[in-house]
Design a protein around this ligand. Structure first.
Ligand code: PLP
Length: 441
């Protein structure tokens, strides 16, 4: 595969807010080559991010020097493991403006959402009256949006199937935004919970959560915000958010796989029964029955993902050193540049908002005459990693009438050169498939 080279017309770009070369040096994987010696152009951070050395070191240090099960055992290693685990909880809580007793560790965003969904259905049959406050049943409604990742859709469909509640949703506008025209009727007195993403993983849209939270408050509904694509990329403060739950994944924010976060307002968490039960979430166990610890331990059954939590703490510290304001500005500059570069290529259509207003760095597109999987394959041959498919948001691609898209996502190590490589790669794909100027030649 040869690569055609094009350069954008016009003025040189303003320097990026982050020092890309210095940051790349922190990520060992970015030093490797792929596909016969090509530089790795990693534009798939939205699926999972790469990890800086400090995160890898934190995990290795834990296993080499402190490994033990936290909150169990009376020996020195157990004490150290507990200290490191809880210190990471405090660090991660501070990152989103939350006290540590509101931070529950889960496996990922999916696990965090299921924890809430199962707590709401378990509430209906809870023996403890205090756990029935948020019970969901027949006649109740759960509201989502057509923009959700399957992780924030399927668990709510399943909750409705288990309980007899009804699922309702807010639709999308043609330009990739939430359609709030029906907000007041879709979110109504029957609504028990509104689950909405802060930033779409496929469209890049950043949603007007203030309006949604305000409406939910009027009708007394809980709000869960899916922060999987926002917490890694912009400053998020739970007090300013005003929601009841915020969920996100460590692996999308420079941290390890196997760890995610469920933040919940303490009074809400405290009124919820557990999802998973077993060791270390109990207060007293008798053969006749058991009582449960307060949050967050009530939702952390079993030996936790200790090294991963400590690794996530290190990832948060890395992001804090860069500054989340700068991370956000960096990605906004890249997004503007990517949208401009893709707009120069005939036959390329961006699915999602066409400018950087209330928009993050997930840029999905189609190339006329070439299936997204084929675009992805040509890009991969050139060393460019993107995601192709429905991005676990099938209703979104269906809404926009495309079978799939190719998606580029950016992060702290992304530079203009990566986006130039993407634009050149798309032109190479057009050349390879004999497609030019928006049609098959
Ligand atoms: N929500 C959004 C918006 C996502 O982009 C993703 C993953 O891509 C998820 C939820 C699920 O995250 P995980 O697979 O880490 O549970």
């Amino acid at each position: 595969m040869t690569q055609t080279v094009s350069r954008p017309a016009g003025a040189p770009q303003a320097p990026l807010p982050l020092d890309v070369e210095a940051i790349r040096a922190d990520f060992p994987i970015l030093g490797r080559t792929v596909r016969n010696g090509r530089r790795l152009v990693y534009l798939d951070s939205g699926a999972t991010s790469q990890k800086p050395r400090s995160v890898l070191d934190a995990e290795r240090d834990f296993y080499e020097n402190h490994n033990a099960a936290p909150h169990r055992g009376a020996h020195q290693l157990a004490e150290e493991a507990t200290g490191l685990y809880e210190a990471a909880r405090a660090t991660i809580g501070a990152f989103i403006g939350a006290p540590e007793n509101e931070i529950v560790f889960t496996r990922n965003t999916t696990d965090a959402i299921n924890t809430v969904a199962y707590a709401l259905s378990n509430a209906a049959t809870a023996k403890e009256p205090a756990f029935r406050r948020y019970a969901v049943g027949q006649g109740d409604e759960i509201v989502v949006t057509e923009m959700e990742h399957h992780a924030n859709l399927v668990p709510w469909q399943q909750l409705c199937e288990r309980t007899g509640a009804t699922l309702r949703w807010l639709g999308l506008t043609d330009d990739g935004r939430l359609d709030l025209a029906n907000l007041a009727t879709v979110v109504n007195d029957r609504t028990k919970l509104v689950a909405v993403t802060q930033q779409s993983n496929i469209l890049g849209t950043i949603n007007p959560l203030g309006d949604i939270v305000a409406r939910a408050r009027e009708v007394g509904a809980l709000v869960l915000v899916d922060g999987a694509q926002s917490v890694p990329h912009q400053p998020v403060d739970v007090t300013a958010l005003g929601a009841d739950f915020l969920v996100f994944s460590g692996h999308k924010m420079l941290g390890p796989t196997g760890v995610g976060v469920l933040w919940g307002r303490y009074d809400v968490l405290d009124a919820l029964p557990p999802f998973l039960t077993g060791g270390s979430m109990i207060e007293v166990v008798r053969m006749e029955g058991s009582t449960f610890m307060p949050p967050p331990q009530r939702f952390e059954a079993g030996v936790p993902m200790t090294a991963q939590v400590i690794g996530l703490g290190a990832a948060v510290e890395y992001l804090q050193r860069l500054g989340m304001d700068k991370v956000e500005a960096h990605e906004q500059a890249l997004t503007g540049y990517a949208l401009a570069r893709l707009a120069e290529i005939p036959g390329v259509t961006v699915i999602g908002p066409p400018d950087t207003v209330a928009r993050g760095g997930a840029v999905s597109f189609t190339v006329e005459g070439i299936h997204p999987h084929d675009v992805g394959q040509v890009l991969d041959d050139l060393g460019i990693a993107v995601r192709v498919g429905h991005h676990c948001a099938w209703p979104v691609v269906r809404r926009y009438g495309v079978p799939a898209t190719t998606r580029a996502t950016f992060y702290v190590h992304t530079g203009y050169d990566d986006i130039d490589a993407l634009a050149d790669g798309i032109r190479s794909a057009q050349q390879f498939f004999g497609v030019a100027a928006g049609g098959v030649s």
